[in-house]
Each structure stands twice: as C-alpha cells, then as structure tokens.
Design a protein around this ligand. Structure first.
Ligand SMILES: [Zn+2]
Length: 203
C-alpha cells in the first residue's frame, strides 16, 4: 500500500526585514490511514488538523523557517505530540518567529523518514534560506520543495539570509538530478514538474 498526499491552502502573513505580506501557503500531509507527516505548519493549526483525521502524526517537517512556514509548528506539536524537524542552518530565521520554543530534531542532508511505507528523503537546498530542504518521495514520484522551486522558477532571494547564486546551484545540482517526470509540490501556488522547470531555468 502506498501513502497518499492530502493538500490544503492556509492564508496568513509573511514578515521579514520589517515588511509584511499576505500569503497563501500550501499544507501537505503524507501518510496512510494509520500515520502521517505534516510538511510545513503555516498559519492556522485548525487548517492542518483538518487532515490528520485522528491519525498518528509522526513528524512536523519544516522546509525552512520563514514565519509563514513554521508559525503554527509549536502549537501543532502540542496538539498532536509530534517532533518538529528543521535543518539547523535555519536557526536565525526560526528565532525571528519563535523565541521561546525550539524545534526537536535536526534534519541533515540525506535524512530519511518513512511514513505509511513511503520514504521521504531530505535534500539540503540552501539559497532561499540557509537551511532550506526539499523532501523527495521516490515511491510517490514527487518532491516537496517549499520555497526553493516554484512553478515558473526559483524561490525569492531578495531578502535577508537568501542567496540567488546558491539557490540556482541547489536547484541544478540537487533537484535537477531527479527524473523529469517528478511532480513538484511547492510551498505556494500550483504544482509543476522537474522537467518543466529544467526548461524554464536552463532554457
Ligand atoms: Zn520562504
């Protein structure tokens, strides 16, 4: 039996460098009838918990620590009793949002977690944020890219802790190593594929 993917959109704000924007964030939940993992915990815990359906939540996986991706993580952890997992290079971003909570487990490149018989493997893809990671699910033929790769190109790199050169290297070296038909589930907006974005970035 293969795990399934549930998806919803949660609305709220993103704040960095003293500016605040309205944003819609994707919530991705991967699992079977027994257990699941949540990828990113944006604005509202209730939006996320609508999906767990009483299943055991094995982990709250963070693609990076911008506030629109981790704001609800500590509250969700309290409700579902699951560890928050984050790449430690995003500590400075995490601390901008949560001064009185830490995450529980460090994600390193190659870190793997299995849920509902399906493995999710972390690819460290710095650039949008220093600790940005993507989660590749080979059995599902997809990758969860957070804000590293969107439909139409790389994530934003205009603000603090971002690096445009680095994000393009990460995408080329790590994400473009995946098969063209791999479906890309993004942090904001619509899905795309590795093949389509390879055309966009490298023409
Ligand atoms: Zn972001």
């Amino acid at each position: 039996m293969t795990a399934r993917i549930d998806h919803a959109v949660s609305s709220g704000t993103f704040t960095l460098d003293g500016e605040t924007f309205d944003v819609d964030n994707n919530i991705w939940v991967v699992g079977d009838d027994e257990e699941c993992v949540v990828i990113d915990a944006p604005h509202e815990v209730s939006d996320i918990m609508a999906f767990d359906g009483g299943r055991k939540v094995k982990a709250i996986l963070c693609t990076h620590a911008h506030d629109d991706h981790v704001r609800a993580a500590p509250a969700l952890r309290e409700k579902v009793v699951a560890p928050i997992m984050l790449h430690p290079d995003d500590k400075p971003l995490w601390e901008l949002t949560h001064t009185d909570h830490l995450w529980d487990v460090d994600i390193a490149d190659g870190f793997e977690i299995t849920v509902g018989g399906t493995a999710l493997r972390a690819l460290h893809t710095p650039g949008h944020a220093p600790g940005a990671v993507c989660f590749h699910a080979p059995d599902l033929g997809c990758v969860f890219t957070g804000d590293t790769l969107f439909q139409g190109g790389p994530g934003a790199t205009g603000r603090s802790f971002s690096d445009e050169h680095l994000i393009k290297d990460s995408i080329r070296e790590r994400l473009f190593a995946l098969p063209d038909e791999t479906v890309v589930h993004t942090g904001h907006g619509d899905d795309t594929t590795i093949g389509a974005e390879r055309q966009t970035l490298d023409g």
